[in-house]
Design a protein around this ligand. Sequence first.
Ligand SMILES: Cc1ncc(COP(=O)(O)O)c(C=O)c1O
Length: 384
Amino acid sequence: MTRKEFQKVEWKIPLFKIYSDEADIEMVNQAIRRGMFWAIGPNVELFEQMLSQYIGAKHTLVFNSGTSALHAVLLAYGVGTGDEVIVPSFTFIATANAPLFVGARPVFADIEERTYGLDPEDVERRITPNTRAIIPIHYGGSPCLIRELKGVAGRNNLLLIEDAAESLGAAVNGKKVGTFGDSAILSFCSNKVITTGEGGAVLTDSAELYEKLKLIRSHGRAETSNYFSSSEYMDYVSLGYNFRMSDITAALGISQLEKIERITEMRRSKAGMMSERLSGITGIEAPYSSKGVFHVYQMYTVKVKGGRDKRDALSDYLANKGIMTRVYFPPVHLTHFYKNSLGYKCSLPITEKVSEQVLTLPMYPGLTEDEIDYIADSIIAFFA
Ligand SMILES: Cc1ncc(COP(=O)(O)O)c(C=O)c1O
């Protein structure tokens, strides 16, 4: 079978499985049974309060995706035409697209090889008088060098917006990612640490930013109470979108967040087992983690020594065994859109090298020991 044909088959072990229980179903049922407040409702505010408390941010606003959260936060800061925003190319494309949404230019900086996050020195080299912001990502549950990046942003008077889409709960010396920058975004898409199917959030300590985001999220409407159950006139004071998360979605968010400690512990313990099983194989490197860093393993990505051909051969070999893997991420600057439509030509040697070596293996809270053995034994057999 070719790689394409494999995508159609049912995987014995998929890349991720959603962790869900009866409490999720009950919360959604309750929201539905209420028969009202399906759009703007009490679960939205409760989910926001719970997120603020969990992460340690003063304000949280939930959105209908991580992408709309990124879009909204750049609008709220007034980033626009003529501005440059430094982003990684080793990321999901939404990080880089966000500056384009508001008419600004994404400027790619290289990553460092351990956390796969932005390299602070390379970021500093790419700063120009037009730079307004830096958007680092915390890759797959692994905190980037966020303290160093905060230093770069501070010295150069730039906004630091953390893209923590993949890393809810990750921390450095006990401080959660999402609390280092001026603001941060999260995603609750299906493959994230906790999920609402689709969803996102912005976190910030700034009351001013929070007020602007509220307007952007809901049509620029100055909402004094629940718009759908109030006959009050509410004025429209700025340009806005419908980036709202529904109350039914937020209900699911609440019950997912209530079990995040368990989910995270399961991810960390499964990742530990996997690393242990793979430790004897010289052809691959397990994910990096260091003292003081709390990795939440939204993804479990190995580095395959020997480069692209070897990595792709391993991926095909595992596919033959029913094990799904994926390359996270092919560089954004090499996509058709950035290369051909936007004409990007970048020198990002580490990004290009790393993206030819990485392979993301299945990782989810419910991964069983038998499945871990099956994956590890298959990898051992490949290298034998
Ligand atoms: C690093 C990163 N940023 C942004 C996003 C966008 O989030 P969403 O898919 O919720 O729009 C994702 C999600 O895949 C992501 O991985």
